[in-house]
Design a protein around this ligand. Sequence first.
Ligand SMILES: [Zn+2]
Length: 92
Amino acid sequence: MYRLFLIIFLLIVLYFLLRQMFRGFINSATRDGRGISVSSAERDEDQDQMIEDPVCHTFVPKRIAVIEEMEGRTYCFCSKECAVTFRSQHPA
Ligand SMILES: [Zn+2]
């Protein structure tokens, strides 16, 4: 009876090991850029784009930038403070 439990336990362990190996394989494939579609790669590139803050002229990656819409235009700032400064300098 104990043998059966041991076999089931081993099968479960094996299943998790295989799953982890498979996941590692997928991760390495996506890191090489083979596993991801072109559109998502382009979107990633867009998010990594460096944008100049119009207030302190610091370049910030789009993904961490503070994005504000003013007068129909989109502005990107390094921080909320710069956005507030810009807003006070450009009253609508
Ligand atoms: Zn700034």
